[in-house]
Design a protein around this ligand. Sequence first.
Ligand SMILES: Nc1ncnc2c1ncn2[C@@H]1O[C@H](COP(=O)(O)OP(=O)(O)OP(=O)(O)O)[C@@H](O)[C@H]1O
Length: 269
Amino acid sequence: MTTIKAVRQAAPADGDEAGATVRLDGLTMRFGERTVSKDINLTIGAGEVLSIVGPSGCGKTTLLRAVAGLIPPAEGAVRIDGHVVDGTPDGVAMVFQHFGLFPWKTVESNVAYALRVRGTGKKEALDRARELITLVGLTGFEKSYPHQLSGGMQQRTGLARALAVRPRLLLMDEPFGALDAQTREVLQFELLRIWQDHPVTMLFVTHSIDEAVLFGNRIAVLNGRPSGVAELIDVTLPRHRDRSVTAMPEFLAIRERVWSLIMNAESGR
Ligand SMILES: Nc1ncnc2c1ncn2[C@@H]1O[C@H](COP(=O)(O)OP(=O)(O)OP(=O)(O)O)[C@@H](O)[C@H]1O
């Protein structure tokens, strides 16, 4: 099961399709006495994809939740387009590993819901939902209920729901983590295609090194207790990517680099 949380609608202005800028300034996240991550400084440009990897429990989800304004930082700040996040920011959508689709709603109602709660009229919301359903390849399943769908199809529905609000920033938390390897690969390339047609800024948390390299312009490797950014790796691959990039020597070299950093991180824990 996959959870999506879409946060308020903000249609991009004309000529402003590339997405939001994000800045983390000295971000420290704490739960009670426990400091999970400390002094994280990152700047993510409009339309950039930053992949975030690191050992289990190092604070990747916590970081995304801070960017989404769901939990406040203990110290430091998140800025989206220069504005300090101190609540639910406009134009941000989150996609989690577990969708949390409403089981009693059809695919089109699930997708339209994100718009309906933001005051979009029923017809407009349904029209937009159907556009998105086509985009994610679910035409013909508009009236299906989640239990009638495969995991991959539920994932597509969740993606459509996130995209329905025309986010300027997509926060992806292991979005394909619950899928079998084959479905995961199909959806990765579908998302890549969709993203290339509608580029927005993306923070992409994943346990898959291949996925991190495939999507990222850069990869932030988190490590330590509390965690910090151990390394920021530039992904020097062509921006337009398809399956062929996974055979490029640069792809393999970057994958090896990330792999060795994560192995070091895991062995140091
Ligand atoms: N609401 C919370 N209250 C207390 N502790 C929390 C809370 N949320 C997360 N934590 C703790 O913070 C740490 C970081 O959790 P987080 O889920 O951000 O890690 P992660 O890197 O995303 O892990 P994984 O890769 O396993 O998903 C963990 O030790 C977790 O137990």
